[in-house]
Design a protein around this ligand. Sequence first.
Ligand code: FAD
Length: 334
Amino acid sequence: MEGYQNILIVGELDDNGVSATTAQVLRVGRTLAEETGQQVHLLFLGGEMQAAAEKGYAYGADKVFMAADPQLENYTTDSYLQVMAAFVEEMKPAVILFSHNETGLDLAPRLAFRIRSGVTLDCVAYRMEKESGRLQQERPVFGGKAHASYQSPNEGPQISTVREGAVEPADCDETRTGEVAGFPVVLDPAAIRTRFVRKEKDESQAQVLKLATANSVVCGGRGLGKKEGVDLLVETAELLDGAIAGSRPTIDQGWLPGPLQIGQTGKKVSPKLYMAVGISGALQHMAGCANANTIVSINTDPEAPIFKMSHIGVVGDYKGVLAGFNEELKKTRG
Ligand SMILES: Cc1cc2nc3c(=O)[nH]c(=O)nc-3n(C[C@H](O)[C@H](O)[C@H](O)COP(=O)(O)OP(=O)(O)OC[C@H]3O[C@@H](n4cnc5c(N)ncnc54)[C@H](O)[C@@H]3O)c2cc1C
């Protein structure tokens, strides 16, 4: 790994500044940096963002860079990829970490291919191997029943995406400040194959963002019986300051929007509390939630497989169980 050093985090900004998922990746980066005596570099790509980018220092970055250009205001794969490839070529980071979200999932594998490196997606734990300086990356496999450890054999940057919610966000220390270094943006317009047309507000996005960072997730399955069943889930989620989600049948029937699906072909979450309501516990579903600290399930069928994978199981109709639970929550939370 000669010539490659430091941990590069590809960060994202939202209306509140440094996004919650970037703060999580920063915690991973800080831990690795402290293990190895390297620095955490944080790169933002986008339009005007000076003030927001400065906040990167408060979350533990040693050096914050921004590639700011009106052409990067809205994400397009080719433009971001060009800038990322140029940055990596110049800075030669040993490790590059993205959030495992839409942008990270799009950009990380393409960057790996461009610079002929490896990539490991959706990881939940990391360790730097002392002798080789290579990154050990762990991700859940077989529906969360086991963890596999990966290492890239390539020389050059080790690229990975960090599962949302796998770690707590880095602490914010407002006294940590610094100057943001500009990285020059040189784009080849001929190599940009997509064009930004317009931005439309997707109401489900707020729920999706919440799902990535919430400590509690209340997930409804086919056992809800009808769309109106979701209302009770929403109430529970609000009382817990958590997020709502659904199993595949819930999404397929249009009771909840697609990006809220949990499972093998949906989102993977690792909240402190996962409430599975009217969900049988198929492996494809559990692949998305088996990493939760505590799984509580509510099901009318005492033989439902989900009970074997739950820490707390309640046999009963979800309507009565959740209504009672919500009443108790209202009392305790005033
Ligand atoms: C390739 C592939 C990928 C897949 N990917 C996913 C994925 O990403 N996510 C996913 O979720 N699934 C996925 N599936 C589908 C998966 O196999 C299951 O079919 C699905 O998870 C079942 O959803 P469910 O538990 O909501 O429904 P069901 O299996 O029908 O379970 C409903 C449960 O609700 C209980 N119930 C009924 N009424 C009540 C009530 N009133 N109160 C309480 N409980 C009640 C029942 O006892 C039952 O256990 C995938 C399948 C395949 C083949």
